[in-house]
Design a protein around this ligand. Structure first.
Ligand code: ZN
Length: 203
């Protein structure tokens, strides 16, 4: 399986990183080895001094598809989740400066947190769904899928032009504002509306 990640999908986060508003979604992949194993802490890698949390809504693909029209995209997923796209921001800045790929900054072991899953039937409207990240019980990121530049169905259409989507593939749909550094002993807890989706400790 693969993890397909979207960058710069919320205008407030684009402003935060002073990026230009893209004409196409930014897409990158993480390998399955990036998945943080259940109940394991996240270990800050020794090659970074500035690892950031990015809380993101996740979509789990349940049907094989290629060139999926956005009209039919809703048939390709039935579960929604929440996770973290951990990013070594210092390394990413160096790679960006040189125009190099981001993988070392985003696809390292443990860089993908995948929380529990809920059926999309249990959400009133997937395109108007709030989610939050708390760090040490402080609210640090708040998002709502209604603020996505590309909605879930549009992302599935876009991604499937390039990559065949397979059962079990997971889409990370981008982060809202509020990304920030993690340090040892931080506790990160993510919620979709009032439902807790993950809780992890940083080491
Ligand atoms: Zn991200």
């Amino acid at each position: 399986m693969k993890l397909i990640c979207i960058g710069r999908n919320y205008t407030d986060h684009i402003k935060e990183l002073e990026n230009e508003k893209p004409t196409d979604p930014v897409v990158f992949l993480k390998p399955d080895t990036a998945i943080l194993l259940k109940k394991q802490p996240f270990f800050i890698p020794d090659f970074s001094e500035d690892v950031h949390h990015e809380v993101e809504v996740l979509i789990k693909i349940n049907k094989v598809g290629k060139h999926i029209d956005k009209k039919f995209a809703h048939k390709y997923y039935s579960e929604i989740g929440l996770g973290i796209d951990f990013t070594a921001r210092d390394l990413q800045a160096k790679l960006k400066e040189k125009g190099l790929p981001w993988e070392k900054a985003k696809a390292f072991d443990g860089a993908a947190v995948i929380g529990s899953w809920i059926s999309k039937e249990d959400v009133k409207d997937v395109n108007n769904m709030s989610f939050t990240l708390q760090k040490n019980e402080d609210l640090v990121q708040t998002g709502n899928t209604s603020h996505m530049l590309w909605k879930i169905d549009e992302l599935i259409e876009y991604i499937s032009k390039y990559f065949t989507l397979k059962i079990g593939d997971i889409i990370f749909t981008g982060t809202p504002a509020g990304v920030g550094k993690v340090v040892a002993n931080d506790k990160l807890v993510g919620y979709i509306e009032d439902k807790q989706m993950f809780s992890i400790t940083v080491k």
